[in-house]
Design a protein. Structure first.
Length: 315
């Protein structure tokens, strides 16, 4: 039986790869995809998700637009990394598959409440506004969730938007606080992991060698997306963040970490959005998240490349 998942995402080139990896994997059943506001506004992320589904030949996937901005304050976006469309680097046609009329938050609530408790996993690849809003609106929701696997935060690596904060948490710290304290099992994929998963020239060439239009689109995205981080970190390639969430579901043995307490700083001017992870167990606070710290990066790229090869050569 495939694992049932809902993906909440703000594509984003790395989000796009995460979606492709999920759609290429028979171990996963994608019940729907909800669009978050993050890298770019939700009008664009909800369109980008449909472009990716069509690229994968999956017009049957239901896509829902979510909240337009964080729970508090105004939206901070990242066109400076991802380009004006959020998915610069590949020129994909305008999608023709429909956006569902239902709001993403209502879809999350309805779907989780309709399924047996502990059977649906939520994968969040952007700011967690949609899930936090759903949790706040329906108090019985957390108990229905099998687990939340999220890309966000950082401890030993620090932040990527401020010295202390990673983008997804920084954009909506209040939402992250609500999710981290909701009581559902949580797996956290922080920068500590994603910074090990570099898009080196050799790894990108292996994807390009698949020789399909889809592989061309993917390498176009990777080459666009990595330029910013290569300049910032001085590495061969940039970190590939979001597909780790999906890879963790497919091959958890690629990852290692530990269960610990993670709290979110929501107010401090200097450290707003920081994920304060008690890795060394120096507090008595409840262990609420499995904080992943290491990954077999070559194993990750072997999996990703092999799965991308399974998608239709032409949409
Ligand atoms: C996260 O921020 C976004 O720019 C990426 O898509 C990823 O989800 C990394 O900090
Ligand atoms: Ca993302």
């Amino acid at each position: 039986m495939p694992q049932k998942i809902i993906i909440d995402t703000d594509p984003g080139q790395d989000d796009a790869l995460a979606i492709l990896l999920a759609l290429a994997s028979p171990e996963l059943e994608v019940l729907g995809i909800t669009a978050a506001a993050g890298n770019v506004p939700v009008a664009l992320t909800s369109k980008n998700i449909r472009k990716v589904c069509e690229l994968a030949g999956r017009r049957d996937i239901r896509v829902f637009a979510g909240c337009e901005g964080p729970m508090q304050g105004s939206l901070f976006t990242a066109e400076y990394v991802h380009g004006a469309t959020g998915m610069d680097g590949a020129d994909l046609p305008e999608p023709t598959m429909p956006l569902q009329a239902q709001h993403g938050v209502d879809f999350l609530i309805e779907t989780l409440m309709a399924h047996e408790p502990g059977t649906v996993t939520i994968c969040t690849l952007g700011p967690m506004t949609n899930l936090a809003t759903a949790l706040s609106r329906e108090p019985a929701l957390a108990a229905r969730i099998k687990s939340v696997v999220l890309m966000g935060g950082g401890l030993f690596e620090g932040g990527n938007v401020t010295p202390a904060a990673e983008f997804n948490i920084f954009v909506d710290p209040e939402a992250a606080r609500i999710v981290l304290s909701c009581g559902a099992p949580i797996v956290m994929m922080p920068l500590d992991v994603t910074h090990q998963v570099l898009t080196t020239a050799k790894r990108v060439a292996a994807i390009k060698a698949l020789g399909t239009p889809l592989a061309d689109a993917v390498t176009g995205w990777l080459e666009f997306f990595e330029r910013f981080d290569e300049a910032k970190y001085g590495t061969d390639g940039g970190p590939l963040h979001d597909p780790n969430v999906i890879a963790y579901l497919l091959k958890p043995e690629l990852y290692s970490g530990r269960l610990c307490n993670v709290e979110i700083e929501t107010t401090s001017e200097l450290t707003k959005g920081m994920t304060v992870a008690d890795w060394w167990g120096v507090t008595q606070r409840p262990k609420n998240a499995f904080f992943v710290r290491d990954v077999d990066a070559d194993g990750f790229y072997t999996l990703l490349t092999e799965r991308l090869a399974r998608l239709p050569a032409k949409p």
